[in-house]
Design a protein around this ligand. Structure first.
Ligand SMILES: Cc1cc2nc3c(=O)[nH]c(=O)nc-3n(C[C@H](O)[C@H](O)[C@H](O)COP(=O)(O)OP(=O)(O)OC[C@H]3O[C@@H](n4cnc5c(N)ncnc54)[C@H](O)[C@@H]3O)c2cc1C
Length: 504
């Protein structure tokens, strides 16, 4: 059930501290957050912000020695690259707000650079080739030389659009409007707090935005209904879903649409690494961060949660929040909880410094291989994409390869003629999406054990984690206030006009 947030004048009449003293004699309960990715860090931020600083005992427990989770960089031959979440959409308003609030710098990537350096794949301005395992079935034009004039670059981009249009026709426009419609519906999650309910489940949250239907259909079904041709779906759309989610068009429609949005223009990332958003938000919310602290059990006893870590430490908290997917974790719960089973799609990210082997692609020269090799859903193709990250010289480049299984040395030695350095990461990357999606509860035990990553069954991005975390922050504040003695008013939790919008 959605919780209405009343914007009555009553709100401004009560001071926040008065509301808090109604909740508990000695302040708000300690909130323990498991996971220091964007979900855990933005929850910490929103709790602090929306409570006007009254929630001031937040403990974040992180199993790794660094924060950021799936926002992480790696080093290849001395250069730093985003190894996990890379690209943000221009309409990712929380990420934009975090970046400016924390004084970080967005790096405005050209679509071409985004396509080559991330899981973005804007086809019209990058040199994209679609590989079917034996040939490139479609290619855009090689990039113009850096020294070309602005006019030349513009003509080049128009020609690429023409090539795409010639192959896929009006379906391209239908794809664009499908993505625009979906992104438009998502924007409702940034509406002012006064007119936006607090949601008790992910399903309810999706229903309110009119996005739930897409989680019950495959992307293929949704796109066919939107009038896209089978050729566009099996080629360009499949290339994008394989790059962005390691999956094909059988994935559920909402995650698929979000993946397609990651091929639009205006994509950006945080200079120096997206993980800095997590680190900055944790610092600013004054939370206590305990690294190398893997939680192995959560028990509810006498009105509080007892969290135990692998190192034998114990934490007592009034509220416990899981800010990581539970699917591959081994946390024991007492009393037990029940969540629908969900498998994660593993994405193997392999960075290679060297040079591709043109022979592997049936070509004579490496210079004929597109900067972004996308692939169709053909079982024999052993990788999802290969993208040039940086050029050090004509015969020395850094590449990022995405694949569903590990790229063994034997295989890499077929694909690359030269390989001077290799870095491999096996990510439990995102849910393996299939329609209809089932969602775990936001409130796992009917009390104060919350699960942010339930929303990841809709789509997995930095922004969707932040959007879900913001709702959970409001849910916690609202429910704790409700648990207080009868005189406590739920609406007092947003007492100041300044807290009725999400600007930071
Ligand atoms: C290769 C790849 C590419 C991607 N590309 C993009 C992209 O371009 N754009 C985009 O928006 N998204 C992208 N994503 C998705 C994005 O990374 C995630 O949706 C988002 O970062 C999830 O954040 P989170 O905080 O919810 O989870 P996580 O980032 O996974 O954070 C969870 C944290 O919890 C910790 N943890 C887990 N278990 C325990 C435990 N028992 N005790 C203590 N701590 C624990 C983990 O160590 C981790 O730090 C990509 C993901 C991958 C893997």
């Amino acid at each position: 059930m959605a919780r209405p947030v009343l914007g009555s004048a009553l709100l401004v009449l009560f001071s926040i501290s008065a509301a808090f003293s109604l909740v508990s004699g000695d302040g708000w309960p300690r909130v323990c957050i498991i996971g220091a990715g964007i979900a855990g860090s933005s929850l910490s931020h929103f709790l602090k912000d929306y409570s006007g600083g009254a929630v001031d005992d937040i403990v974040i427990l992180e199993r790794n020695g660094v924060v950021g989770g799936r926002m992480a960089t790696t080093t290849l031959a001395g250069d730093t690259f985003e190894a996990g979440a890379t690209i943000l959409h221009p309409k990712n308003l929380h990420a934009l707000n975090f970046t400016s609030f924390l004084g970080l710098k967005p790096s405005a990537k050209s679509a071409a650079a985004a396509a080559a350096s991330s899981n973005g794949s804007s086809a019209s301005s990058s040199w994209l080739g679609i590989w079917d395992g034996s040939r490139f079935v479609f290619q855009t034009l090689p990039p113009p030389p850096d020294s070309s004039s602005a006019l030349y670059k513009k003509i080049h981009s128009i020609l690429n659009s023409f090539l795409l249009f010639r192959r896929y026709g009006l379906s391209l426009l239908r794809m664009q409007s499908f993505v625009t419609r979906t992104v438009g519906k998502f924007m409702i999650y940034y509406k002012d707090l006064a007119s936006r309910p607090v949601f008790e489940s992910a399903e309810e949250m999706l229903r309110w935005a009119g996005l739930d239907g897409l989680t019950r259909r495959t992307l293929q079904e949704a796109l066919a209904e939107a009038g896209l041709s089978p050729l566009l779906i099996s080629e360009l759309v499949t290339v994008i879903t394989r790059i962005n989610y390691g999956q094909n068009v059988d994935m559920s429609g909402l995650a698929g649409a979000v993946g397609l949005a990651g091929s639009e223009s205006g994509l950006w990332s945080v200079q120096g690494g997206n993980w800095q958003m997590a680190s900055g938000l944790i610092k600013h919310s004054n939370a206590t961060l305990n690294l190398h602290e893997e939680i192995t059990s959560i028990s509810y006893k006498e009105g509080q949660y007892e969290l135990r870590s692998k190192r034998g430490n114990q934490y007592l908290c009034g509220v416990a929040v899981i800010a990581t997917p539970l699917d591959e974790l081994n946390i024991s719960f007492s009393p037990p909880i029940s969540v629908p089973s969900r498998s994660l799609q593993h994405t193997h990210t392999t960075f290679v410094r060297g040079l591709l082997n043109p022979g592997y692609f049936g070509l004579n020269s490496e210079s004929e291989i597109p900067n972004l090799v996308g692939t169709m859903e053909v079982p024999e193709v052993p990788f999802s994409s290969i993208a040039v990250q940086r050029k050090y010289g004509e015969k020395d480049k850094a590449y990022k390869v995405f694949s569903r299984s590990k790229m063994e040395d034997v295989l890499l030695d077929q694909i690359f003629g030269v390989r001077t350095e290799t870095v491999r990461i096996d990510w439990p990357a995102y849910p393996h999406y299939s329609a209809p999606e089932a969602f775990a509860p936001y409130i796992l035990d009917g009390l104060h054990l919350y699960y942010i990553n339930s929303f990841e069954s809709a789509a997995s991005t930095m922004e969707t984690s932040a959007v879900s975390a913001e709702n959970i922050a409001r849910l916690i504040l609202s429910r704790i206030s409700e648990d207080a003695p009868a005189t406590a008013c739920r609406e007092r939790i947003f007492p100041r006009e300044s807290h009725l919008h999400v600007d930071l």
